[in-house]
Write a protein that binds this ligand. Structure first.
Ligand code: IPE
Ligand code: IPE
Ligand code: MG
Ligand code: MG
Ligand code: MG
Length: 353
């Protein structure tokens, strides 16, 4: 019998994803420890939101699930790598993830970093082996790389840490870089890069050695709340929204969707992506560890820039709600077929995990 509830459809899609993830790990050529570490994080569960989005976008554009499975697997591998690295002591320093001790707690930092690297690179191998024409595969690779890279997730993670700690470019390093470029004749204008890292109206100073986060430049800010909301929106769109919007675009590409469908799905993805991270920030304040599978309260501990921190809980909820409405409008073009995408958008803000 066909299941018709949203939860039933979600379960069906996850049932497609789980064995495909497992088979991506069946690799005899990896060292045993690497395989175990990659499996430990990838097969620990999680909501599987990104692969589900690939499959839903593919479905709404009339594609066959079979053609979209490699892209679904690849994006979950990249997402899982981002979580392993996000939890490292040098980043968010978290001990629990997906209901388990974090990768570095079990395997040590070196193997955790390498398991993340392995998931990232293998994701491209998986997508390159999709049963699709070469042109479509090249487009999948391009979108995946854009979503995961410096203008997407990785760039957003850098900005997230800089918002917490100040610029990674220390004044003395910046001077050294200028000197090096002057000696080599390169005109990279490194001082400008350093200046860009410090937002207008802010003044940088070096913390004294031995003080917390002494590796980082702190920023004394006189930025307005409005400027900080703009800054945080950019961070969230990059660190989380890019992969989510990328997932939808991957699904559309697998289905050979026309450019209008692809644009509408990307637009939907940007809205739910931002709403998803706002919900994550809210759950860090209001959620329970047993449901989340990770420890709440970490954002305050770390001094993260978050929506509840800037706007409060109620305003953050309203913002997420508006984004969901905008997302639903973006997929109206698909008529009745947009039903699951609309249900999923709602799930993103109503979830407790
Ligand atoms: C957590 O992502 C990291 C963020 C981008 C907020 P998820 O909440 O999707 O984590 P899993 O995949 O369900 O574990
Ligand atoms: C992480 O955001 C986004 C990633 C790119 C992994 P968070 O740092 O808020 O995610 P959690 O709360 O640790 O899952
Ligand atoms: Mg983080
Ligand atoms: Mg984190
Ligand atoms: Mg979080």
């Amino acid at each position: 019998m066909t299941k018709t509830t949203f939860q039933g459809h979600l379960d069906d899609l996850r049932t497609i994803v789980e064995p495909a993830l497992r088979s991506a790990l069946s690799r005899a050529d990896w060292p045993e420890s690497l395989g175990l570490a990659a499996e430990y994080s990838l097969m620990a569960g999680g909501k599987r939101l990104r692969p589900v989005l690939v499959l839903l976008a593919n479905e709404v554009c009339g594609g066959s699930a079979q053609a979209a499975i490699p892209a679904a697997v690849a994006i979950e591998m990249i997402h899982t790598y981002s979580l392993i690295h996000d939890d490292l002591p040098s980043m968010d320093d978290d001990d629990f993830r997906r209901g388990r001790p974090t990768s570095h707690k079990v395997f040590g930092e070196a193997l955790a970093v390498l398991a993340g690297d392995c998931l990232l690179t293998s994701a491209f191998e998986v997508v390159a082996s999709a049963p699709l024409p070469h042109g479509q595969i090249a487009e999948l690779v391009r979108i995946l790389a854009l979503a995961a890279g410096g203008g997407g997730m990785v760039g957003g993670q850098v900005l997230d840490l800089e918002a917490e700690r100040g610029s990674f470019l220390r004044a003395e390093n910046s001077a050294l870089l200028s000197e090096m470029t002057a000696n080599t004749g390169c005109d990279l204008k490194k001082t400008t890069v350093a200046e860009q890292a410090v937002l207008p109206g802010a003044t940088a100073k070096i913390r004294s050695p031995g003080s917390p986060n002494s590796d980082f430049v702190t920023i004394d800010s006189n930025r307005t709340a409005e400027t900080r909301v703009v800054e945080l929106t950019r961070i969230h769109k990059m660190k989380t929204g890019a992969l989510i919007a990328g997932a939808l675009e991957l699904g559309a590409i697998c289905a050979s969707a026309d450019s209008e469908s692809r644009n509408q799905l990307r637009q939907y993805g940007h809205c739910i992506g931002l709403a998803f991270q706002i919900a994550d920030d809210l759950l860090d304040v209001t959620g329970e560890q047993t449901k989340l599978g990770k420890k709440p309260g970490r954002d305050v501990d770390l001094g993260k820039l978050t929506f509840p921190g800037l706007l409060g809980i109620d305003e953050s909820r309203k913002k997420a709600e508006h984004l969901i409405q905008e997302a639903c409008r973006a997929v109206e073009v698909f008529g009745d077929r947009s039903r699951w995408l609309k249900d999923l958008a709602r799930f993103i803000v109503e979830r407790d995990h």
